[in-house]
Design a protein around this ligand. Structure first.
Ligand SMILES: [Ca+2]
Ligand SMILES: [Ca+2]
Length: 512
């Protein structure tokens, strides 16, 4: 166990409002917009409440959009992202829950509408293209993609379905299925694929996907086209590239801002990285926006502490003491180990981004902004240490409110009767907890306080021998250790079972 800093123990009491020096960002700061653009991530509005996303396509220049019902179902608000990045609020005009279709409208004129075709004329073995935004809520991209395939069969389930072998993933739902002349002949239903086969055969086959024939949307199409929709005058077979080019401006990303459920998710705005080798289902490396304050520019910070799964995927080893699964935070990592992880992560960035961006540890000042502290006096972490009294990440009350984070609690006492723990606090974890087990803070960061202490980039003081740590951990019990302004300090080569780290994506001048 580490030796904690000596000093006065401040016993604090009282109850107060949660600290929120940094309000939840509603608009992406310009500095971060360019970062997101460089990473191919669109600025997708109120992403903090996006419950799910799907695809759709413009069927009328006046802003009528066709999609699936399940893409918009349960939404508080729906935003549509056009191909040029414009975001517009959409209204649901009509839904057909049975057929899983919906008609939406955005306030716009003169839009590029997709040509609509005749799904009855489509023949088995004909080439088709599925266009949409697969997995965009996971990989964050708002760029449409196209998958070519063939019509494999026409099937009857509740309604007629077109069976296709074009690759389809969640997020493709509601996107257009297009024929060789570039006419829409179906609405893709990615959801059906998994559900259909799981229900019927307890399996998920590959490349057996479905679209609803456009004919089934006739009822909905009557609103914009009471006398029938216009047909293409010159029907000619087009190259796939030409079809995609023509369809792209008509294909839209639909963001479903869920109700209470979506907001409670609390995910901050940001994006995620896929780490090759990470077990499927394990938490990805996600970054969220943190607004700037004073001299601290807005930045992207790891949504979670780096997990054992992520560390092992990159470093081929797991030094942790508590090996309970890939989503547990990595510990027993020195500052030097954490920096090496950042170097390897940076090395994995696409070539065009190297030099512009680098992963690093948060600076002590960034960590203070992330936890919601106002500006602190002093230049080194040592000078700022414990200067702001009475303020914890959850507010001013002691003991912490239920669910505040993973600290030395009742569960710790049960496992280790000799431990001193926070009286009256129970979080259920005797040592580390899977990251994201507690509520996120006001900017969408999880476990910033507690679970594992987090290395910061800075030297602790002008001696330049030790590095600073923030946040307290699962084995911290005394009020002062959990103050937002509390700093711990250790030699950069020290490894401890309650110390881990999270990363920051350094941009431009802040790359170190
Ligand atoms: Ca605990
Ligand atoms: Ca932590």
């Amino acid at each position: 166990m580490r030796i904690l800093l000596l000093g006065l123990v401040c016993l604090l009491a009282g109850s107060g409002e949660p600290v929120s020096a940094a309000a939840h960002p509603r608009a992406t700061p310009p500095e971060l917009r360019s970062v997101m653009a460089a990473f191919g991530v669109a600025d997708i509005g109120d992403a903090a409440t996006v419950e799910s996303s799907g695809s759709g396509f413009i069927i009328h220049p006046d802003g009528y959009i066709l999609s699936n019902n399940h893409v918009v179902d349960g939404a508080d608000k729906i935003d549509v992202v056009l191909h040029d990045g414009t975001i517009l609020r959409a209204k649901v005009i009509e839904v057909d829950a049975y057929k899983d279709l919906s008609l939406l409208k955005i306030e716009a004129k003169g839009l590029t509408a997709a040509p609509l075709g005749d799904s009855d004329k489509l023949e088995v073995a004909e080439t088709v293209m599925a266009i949409g935004f697969p997995l965009s809520d996971i990989i964050g991209s708002a760029t449409a993609s196209a998958f070519e395939g063939k019509l494999n069969a026409r099937r009857e389930d509740k309604i007629e379905l077109l069976q296709i072998d074009a690759a389809v993933n969640p997020g493709n739902s509601g996107g257009p299925l297009v024929n060789e002349c570039g006419e829409v002949i179906g609405v893709i239903v990615s959801k059906l694929n998994a559900n259909y086969f799981l229900e019927k055969a307890d399996m998920i086959p590959e490349r057996v996907n479905f679209a609803i024939p456009l004919r089934e949307a006739r009822g909905l199409l009557k609103t914009p086209y009471p006398y029938g929709w216009p047909k293409l005058k010159d029907r000619i077979k087009l190259e796939p590239k030409a079809i995609f080019k023509a369809m792209k401006p008509a294909t839209v990303l639909i963001l479903n801002h869920g109700g209470a459920k979506g907001a409670a998710g609390g995910a901050g705005r940001g994006f995620e990285f896929d780490l090759p080798g990470l077990p499927s289902g394990a938490k990805k490396l996600a970054l969220v926006q943190v607004p700037g304050l004073g001299s601290v520019k807005p930045f992207f910070m790891g949504k979670y502490e780096i997990t054992q799964g992520q560390y092992e995927a990159l470093m081929d080893k797991n030094p942790s003491k508590f090996k309970n699964g890939p989503d547990y935070p990595v510990e027993m990592v020195s500052w030097d180990d954490a920096k090496e992880f950042c170097r390897q992560l940076t090395a994995g960035l696409p070539d065009k981004l190297k030099g512009q961006f680098a992963f690093r540890l948060p600076t002590d000042a960034e960590w203070s902004v992330a936890v919601g502290l106002p500006q602190e006096n002093g230049s080194t972490p040592k000078e700022k240490h414990e200067q702001i009294k009475d303020v914890y990440p959850w507010g001013t009350q002691w003991p912490p409110p239920s669910g505040a984070g993973n600290y030395a609690d009742k569960a710790s006492k049960q496992k280790h009767p000799s431990y001193t723990v926070i009286e009256g606090y129970a979080d259920g974890y005797a040592d580390t907890a899977p990251v994201g087990s507690f509520k996120p803070n006001q900017v969408g960061l999880y476990d910033l306080s507690g679970n594992v202490c987090e290395w910061c980039e800075d030297w602790y003081d002008s001696d330049q021998k030790c590095r600073g740590l923030r946040g307290g951990s699962w084995d911290h019990n005394a009020p002062r250790y959990l103050l937002s302004s509390f700093r711990d300090v250790n030699s950069p080569d020290g490894r401890y079972e309650d110390v881990g780290f999270r990363v920051v994506l350094g941009v431009g001048g802040s790359v170190r």
